[in-house]
Design a protein around this ligand. Structure first.
Ligand code: MIC
Ligand code: SF4
Length: 645
């Protein structure tokens, strides 16, 4: 029986466990990446683990999220990360060099290698045939220390691409179509593998747009084969030597197949407030817009920028629209500066932003009240833009650029004939904004530079014998990490300071939650399906930990967030019967008796006693040998410190 591409790479990296679907496996990690918003915590954790130099083949620390620097905090974090990187063998991509996923694809990714990153869009690397997975900062710290990374052996979904995209229909529309079909929870526990004749019609940046936004499916990752197109891209990046051909065997067996005819896809938009709320332009109708933002790790490549410049050439942005453009990397910005495309954008009235995440994570460019904003990004969760009632639509760069001119959501096919946009045969290469680590013999001389905003990891404690506490919060379905731990310009600077950032935990849903939880001392959160979807930010677990949350009981979890809860020593529980969700109200007193003994004994079904309502509720606590030990120890940090010794 032949193998899928995913199986081939996983088999070459497995260090623990068996290839049985649904079971936990440990894989060796070749590369890691961090970004600054999750990076300070990840490096504090790495320091706490106590390994002097990273054991990976390549680890890169990027500064791309918190680049606003409205106070000292961001700059202090940058300095801290830069010094840790220098000391411990990590490459440091300085602010201005670009968005981590874009730069990693251009300069560091290698087909067939494994990559984990403390950012949920790490699967961008799947665009060149990597197994690239988003993870919590602590998992990345462990991998840098030489530890394995654990995933549930995934189901593998074949997306069979046929045909060719029509003019002005984009890779963004392909992933929107996949989201429309599978939904934001359709990928949980799965790897999405793209195959078929249609693959070779897509350039590497187009493939990367698709694997990037595969994160919104809840998938473990997404991957494309490494073929001639990949080789051409790597050649143009002066990296042909890292190429290997990789594809699934012809007789590979998949768990599911999805057929997509590229020629049948039409331009679409994900409507507020979910990436799977996908509609065609015709279905949405004439929608007047206030803002357009082009950029983010999904759509900020050189090719994207060239298409945008072509559409804007000789035109002026509509008087009611503000257009912001953030090219994805220094390489992209430099190339469009050199070839005149940047001047075209400026001429049309675009507001040019630095190569960073920027508006995607609410770092500036929040829309006006009730403002309709078209964005080429990957997430449109409520409030993420920084404007609570902002109406965010996720679209392709082509649709964004044309709509910025017309003032309303416009189908880019109205542009008529499309010229051929050629991939460059040679990118402009200058890695002068990537600082190399100090040589091993000099690392002791490197001083770690800590600012006053950098506070230590919150206190943890081994799992208690009995959990007895009230429900401090009850929430509904599809709670995102942007609900649990909001980002944006005001809150992101606090990422290195858990006590301070905790004051914003869940305030999108309930302003009083942080104060209430802290006053209760210990408590439980109850939620619905797909709890914790979205980002990899472990702050969505560390803030609850700091606020005394002992367990989270929900209908189902998103993958990375569940792992982050376990890493923080918070018990992840799911209802055996989803209907029991209705048997608990906020404020109810709950108890889980003998929880430690039961988990030690390997019991997976526990009983939650609702003392207020006088009912017993069966719940699942599915922990493997390793995650069981982590929970018993009070989190991954203590567990790892011991096991790496
Ligand atoms: C995001 O897109 O939500 C982020 C900001 O990049 C996060 C990471 C973070 O919260 O720092 C992610 O995707 O993991
Ligand atoms: Fe940055 Fe947005 Fe990409 Fe997250 S999704 S890494 S915030 S550009």
């Amino acid at each position: 029986m032949g193998l899928t591409l995913t199986e081939k790479i996983l088999k070459a990296h497995i260090v623990d466990g068996e290839f049985v679907k649904g079971q936990e496996i440990g894989i060796r990690i070749d590369q890691t990446l961090t970004q600054d918003a999750t990076g300070t915590m990840a490096y504090l954790e790495f320091e706490a683990i106590g390994v002097p130099r990273v054991k990976t083949e390549r680890s890169v620390a990027y500064i791309d999220h918190n680049t606003l620097q409205s106070g000292f905090e961001n700059a202090d974090d940058h300095r801290f990360i830069g010094s840790v990187a220098k000391k411990h063998g990590i490459w440091f991509s300085r602010p201005g060099n670009g968005i981590c996923h874009q730069v990693h694809l251009e300069r560091f990714g290698i087909p067939g290698k494994t990559l984990i990153g403390s950012d949920s869009h790490t699967p961008t690397g799947g665009g060149i045939g990597m197994i690239a997975i988003g993870a919590g900062g602590l998992d990345v710290a462990v991998a840098m220390g030489g530890g394995a990374y654990y995933i549930t052996y995934p189901k593998i979904v074949k997306v069979n691409l046929t045909g060719k995209l029509s003019p002005w229909v984009a890779a963004k529309d392909v992933i929107l179509e996949v989201l429309r079909r599978l939904s934001v929870k359709g990928g949980v526990g799965k790897v999405i593998e793209y195959c078929g004749e249609g693959v070779k019609t897509l350039t590497v940046p187009e493939r990367a747009t698709i694997t990037n936004m595969g994160a919104e499916l809840g998938a473990t990752t997404s991957i494309f084969p490494s073929d001639e197109v990949t080789l051409e891209f790597l050649k143009a990046q002066d990296r042909a030597e890292v190429w290997t051909e990789l594809r699934a065997d012809d007789d590979a067996v998949y768990d599911e197949t999805v057929d997509i005819d590229l020629s049948a896809i039409v331009p679409m938009a994900a409507c507020p407030h979910s990436p799977d709320n996908v509609k065609t332009v015709a279905e949405i109708g004439k929608l007047k817009i206030d803002q357009v933002c082009i950029g983010s790790c999904t759509n900020s490549s050189f090719m994207d920028m060239m298409k945008v410049a072509y559409i804007l050439k000789g035109k002026t942005v509509h008087p009611d629209v503000s257009l912001a453009i953030a090219p994805g990397s220094k390489q992209v910005l430099n190339m469009i500066a050199q070839n005149g495309a940047l001047a075209t954008m400026i001429d049309a009235g675009a507001r040019i932003l630095e190569s960073a995440c920027g508006p995607c994570i609410g770092m500036g460019q929040s829309p006006n009240s009730k403002g309709v904003s078209l964005r080429t990004f990957n997430r449109n969760f409520e409030g993420r833009s920084g404007t609570k009632d902002g109406q965010i639509y996720l679209v392709s760069p082509e649709m964004a650029a044309l709509s910025a001119l017309t003032g309303y959501l416009t189908d880019p096919r109205e542009l008529g004939d499309m010229p051929k946009f050629e991939m460059p045969r040679q990118f402009v290469i200058n890695d002068n904004m990537v600082a190399a680590p100090a040589p091993e013999e000099e690392m002791d001389k490197v001083e770690i530079l800590r600012g006053p905003n950098i506070k230590p990891y919150p206190e943890t404690a081994p799992l208690v014998e009995n959990i007895e506490c009230p429900v401090s919060l009850k929430v509904g379905d599809n709670i995102t990490t942007d609900h649990i731990m909001p980002a944006g310009a005001k809150i992101l600077p606090l990422r290195s300071n858990i006590p301070a950032i905790s004051q914003h935990c869940f305030t999108v849903c309930d302003e009083d939650f942080p104060r209430r939880a802290k006053n209760l001392g210990k408590s439980i959160i109850v939620g619905g399906v797909n709890y914790g979807q979205g980002s990899s930010r472990e702050h969505a677990a560390l803030a609850p930990l700091y606020l005394g949350i002992k367990a989270v009981l929900v209908k189902s979890f998103a993958r990375i967030h569940r792992a982050n809860l376990i890493n923080a020593g918070i018990l992840p529980l799911t209802f055996v019967n989803e209907a029991d969700y209705d048997k608990i109200s906020q404020g109810d007193e709950l108890a889980i008796e003998n929880v430690r003994a039961d988990i030690e004994a390997g019991k997976t079904e526990l009983t939650v006693i609702n003392r207020t309502k006088g009912v017993n509720i069966p719940v699942l606590c599915e922990l493997t040998g390793r995650t069981k030990d982590i929970i018993l120890a009070g989190g991954l940090l203590d567990y790892t410190r011991e096991s790496l010794k």
